[in-house]
Design a protein around this ligand. Structure first.
Ligand code: MG
Length: 305
């Protein structure tokens, strides 16, 4: 039977060690957004960046310094990550593109079209161990003027892309998603998790995370890995042991590499995404509707962002 312990529900006693205990609460750090998403940690700067999409801005939090605006307007930026050189890689709904922020602050457009047709609205992004940029391209950012600019779709679907940043080569890696969304590599880079949140606009649509093996430059053995029983898996990150910490309707759900639900961290707003941060990467930053939350855990993130 699941056991409530402070802000946590333990589903599997073997993994009680992932949390510090009932005395460590989920803290709310800020609450002035509309729909926040896309957290990314910069250990060198000691700050977290995340998007406040409907307000068309990227926010920044530092310990002791609070929250300030990092970039406004942001072209309705959504997901972020860092490349192997530490540069910020961003998905923009408004620009319908993926950009890189250079060290001098200028923006380089990495991808905005595929075979002459504009992308839908890049949503979330990760960088593979070989430096390739993988991103999802659902149409959330062009469905209305709330999180971007309403516009017709030019592509025939919502796809998963792989981008070679040096050559600019863009390849469709999966075309059988309804609305591909969050994505993350396993710590060893051998597996890729990709969410499908098609249920957001179709009650019979998918609401799960698929997992693939990386094989010969492509994806293989795709199957459903897990599905939160409340809400949707919009975005997620892995810890060093390969456990997947994903957004859900009632907080964060933690799944073991075999797909078993280990525990959930309860958050009072619908969660969109999360990222490990802090000097020891043991603090999970959580973007949830209007707010930024954080909780210290007894595990560490798999990567620096
Ligand atoms: Mg997303």
């Amino acid at each position: 039977m699941p056991k409530r312990q402070g802000d946590y529900i333990i589903h599997d006693d073997r993994f009680r060690a992932l949390i510090l205990g009932a005395h460590v609460p989920v803290e709310r750090l800020w609450s002035e957004g509309r729909w926040v998403e896309g957290p990314v940690w910069f250990g060198d700067a000691g700050h977290l960046l995340w998007s406040d999409i409907p307000n068309d801005r990227i926010m920044r939090w530092t310990e002791g310094g609070g929250v300030t605006v990092f970039r406004e307007p942001s072209n309705f930026a959504n997901g972020h990550t860092r490349d192997l050189q530490g540069r910020l890689i961003s998905c923009e709904h408004g620009g319908r593109r993926v950009t890189r922020t250079e060290w001098d602050g200028s923006l380089t457009v990495l991808a905005d079209s595929y075979r002459g047709k504009r992308l839908n609205s890049p949503n979330d992004v990760v960088v593979a161990p070989d430096g390739a940029i993988w991103f999802t391209d659902p149409d959330y950012g062009i469905l209305s003027d709330y999180e971007g600019h309403a516009a017709p779709r030019e592509l025939d679907g919502c796809w998963l892309f792989r981008l070679e940043p040096e050559s600019g080569d863009l390849a469709v890696m999966a075309d059988d998603f309804a609305k591909p969304n969050g994505l993350a590599f396993s710590p060893d880079g051998a597996r890729l998790y990709v969410a499908d949140t098609g249920r957001s606009h179709d009650p019979d649509g998918p609401g799960h995370i698929r997992v693939f093996s990386l094989s010969g430059g492509g994806l293989a053995d795709g199957h459903v890995f897990a599905a939160p029983d409340v809400g949707l898996a919009d975005g997620f990150r892995c810890d060093r042991a390969g456990n997947l910490w994903t957004s859900a309707g009632d907080g964060i759900h933690c799944f073991a590499p075999d797909g078993a639900l280990l525990e959930r961290v309860l958050v009072p707003e619908t969660v969109s995404n999360c990222a490990f941060g802090g000097p020891r990467l043991n603090r999970l930053f959580i973007t949830a509707t209007t707010s930024l939350y954080a909780v210290f855990l007894d595990t560490r993130g798999a990567g620096p962002h």
